[in-house]
Write a protein that binds this ligand. Structure first.
Ligand SMILES: O=C(O)[C@@H](O)C(=O)COP(=O)(O)O
Ligand SMILES: [Zn+2]
Length: 213
């Protein structure tokens, strides 16, 4: 089986898994994968993550030209922004997962780092999470705003919208997105409770141990 065939199947399998577990509803969310020839596969616009067809994914060549498949996600430029700034990114996942999206709507969060270091696994998979100011979905200014953060952050939270996460593989992007969602859920459960978050020393220790940037 070719690398591209495997990538097509993996995108559809991951999309169905995310959809079936309620991590993005309706036709929300999008996924992309960078291929070895420098091109990309992206999910088409207006399609449920639960009903993706490997043969209909949007295929771009290495110059970013659409060469086959259905019309791509309206966030194609946002995905390209991530890849442009992160040479190690092999995949990008964007969801409207409920808890992360709820946090993206809270008024009093730190826009430099929206979620506290609640657990070690969150620090290991996500790290710092900046809030991208609100722009309409598909607005080129949204892609520009993500580009401005992407060299320093593989995960960002779009205000009043949802998370965007890059990974060195589709599995890593998926796992980090799921960890972000679980941490957002904990954060909301713990509102109005006194927290004992990880200390800066504990976070630095994790960064050293696991070679995190
Ligand atoms: O929120 C939106 O409209 C997009 O960001 C999205 O999640 C789904 O759009 P398409 O990928 O164009 O279907
Ligand atoms: Zn969206």
């Amino acid at each position: 089986m070719s690398e591209e065939t495997r990538a097509r199947d993996e995108i559809c399998r991951v999309g169905a898994s995310l959809f079936d577990r309620g991590l993005t509803a309706g036709a929300s969310g999008n996924i992309s994968v960078r291929l070895a020839d420098g091109g990309w596969l992206m999910t088409p616009t207006n399609v449920s993550m639960g009903a993706l067809d490997p043969a209909r994914l949007s295929r771009f060549d290495a110059t970013g030209r659409l060469v086959s498949g259905d019309a791509p996600t309206k966030e194609a430029f946002l995905h390209f922004s991530m890849y442009g700034e992160r040479k190690d990114a092999a995949a990008v996942v964007h969801l409207h997962s409920s808890h992360a999206t709820a946090v993206s709507i809270l008024r009093d969060v730190d826009p430099q780092d929206v979620l506290p270091a609640l657990t070690a696994y969150y620090v290991m998979r996500v790290g710092r999470l900046p809030l991208v100011p609100y722009f309409a979905p598909g607005d080129p200014d949204l892609a520009h705003a993500v580009r401005a953060l992407a060299s320093r952050h593989h995960a960002v939270l779009l205000a009043n919208h949802g998370p965007v996460v890059a990974g060195t593989s589709l599995a890593n992007a998926q796992f980090a997105t799921e960890e972000l969602e679980e941490t957002a859920k904990l954060f909301l459960m713990l509102q109005n409770h006194a927290l004992r978050t990880l200390t800066p020393e504990q976070v630095s220790d994790l960064r050293r141990r696991f070679n995190l940037t």
